[in-house]
Ligand binder design. Structure first.
Ligand code: GLP
Length: 240
């Protein structure tokens, strides 16, 4: 894993956006895997600024998001589809039909998981997957204990994850109990991964990722087995 150390959240966002811009320019038809949460928000902001200033185009790319809450429709303000539209897609020249987020309000969530996995395969897989990390080491919504062999599947959210994400909802009872997420195996199929880690609250996760053993109880640890991972981490996360 290649680790790029930066001073703070802002520098992480700048570096991450430049990294993505370079990849999109090199391959304007790339398949980009996207993440939600607080971590990549600054990166999306920078990408929009760059699009407005320099005209970097996204009209040939396709995107796949990691996850979505079960039960929320795409126009629900806390759905990840809504997050992506508001924070990124609505502000660039991407063809929305080429942006995929699992459908959380589908009647058959199992079928949605299978269809999503098949769709990723049908476009030739993900070229670059952007990731954040949960304090308990989750990636996407793959909670500790998830099989490293898992494809896209339905998960029960850990209480700690619901608590961490409650800040986006009126209260914790509004946070859905389940989500659809790309599995660990789906994520590991990406040709390249860019993991963003910022803030003191992620320090333990960072440490365990770098120093701990590779085990299903710490899902992100599997990334150490991936041939092409870049981490952009700030000082607070690294513990400097
Ligand atoms: C959320 C998302 C993940 C995200 C992680 C960290 O639950 N499902 O994709 O990477 O938790 O979120 P944040 O960046 O807000 O700390």
């Amino acid at each position: 894993m290649n680790i790029i150390k930066v001073n703070d959240y802002q520098e992480m966002s700048e570096k991450a956006s430049q990294y993505i811009i370079d990849k999109v320019k090199a391959n304007p038809k790339m398949v980009l895997g996207l993440a939600t949460g607080g971590t990549p928000e600054g990166t999306y902001k920078r990408l929009i600024e760059d699009h407005n200033q320099n005209g970097t185009s996204y009209d040939g790319i396709e995107t796949f998001n990691l996850d979505e809450y079960v039960g929320l429709s795409g126009d629900h303000p806390q759905s990840y589809r809504h997050y992506m539209n508001e924070r990124f897609f609505n502000h660039i020249d991407i063809n929305k039909e080429n942006t995929y987020v699992p459908r959380g309000n589908t009647v058959d969530a199992e079928a949605e998981c299978e269809a999503y996995e098949a769709l990723m395969a049908s476009v030739g897989g993900i070229d670059l997957q952007i990731l954040g990390i949960g304090g308990n080491g989750h990636i996407g919504f793959n909670e500790p204990g998830t099989s490293f062999q898992s494809p896209t599947h339905i998960v029960d959210l850990a209480q700690s994850t619901k608590e961490a994400n409650a800040r986006y909802f009126a209260n914790i009872d509004e946070v859905p109990n389940q989500a659809i997420t790309m599995g660990i195996a789906s994520i590991m199929k990406s040709r390249e991964i860019l993991l963003l880690i910022s803030g003191e609250s992620k320090h333990e996760a960072y440490k365990q990722l770098i120093e701990g053993e590779i085990k299903e109880n710490f899902p992100a640890s599997i990334l150490r087995n991936h041939p092409y991972v870049t981490i952009i981490a700030d000082k607070a996360a690294i513990g400097e």
